[in-house]
Ligand binder design. Structure first.
Ligand SMILES: [Zn+2]
Length: 82
């Protein structure tokens, strides 16, 4: 799995909606990729905060836009791993 794939699956990963094998691939990538780990921690923290405070979770459209931005940011990086 590469960064762009991880970002694509990140939302479902946080929601535990990923198939087992994709979850395992995501965890393997996260174990070796600091960038994605930071993105995951930040995103999960935000989602958790919203839930804990009883606020409405980020709407799917909003989340899609957010992840699209993250994906774009990754793709702009000149040094793509692997
Ligand atoms: Zn990565």
């Amino acid at each position: 799995m590469q960064c762009a794939d991880l970002i694509t699956y990140l939302s479902d990963y946080i929601d535990n909606d990923l198939p087992v094998e994709l979850t395992r691939e995501a965890e393997e990538h996260l174990a070796t990729c600091h960038n994605c780990k930071v993105v995951l921690d930040t995103t999960r923290h935000t989602v958790t905060l919203l839930k804990e405070h009883g606020q409405v979770a980020i709407k799917p459209v909003r989340r899609k836009a957010m992840f699209a931005q993250l994906e774009t940011a990754f793709l702009k990086q000149p040094n793509q791993p692997g």
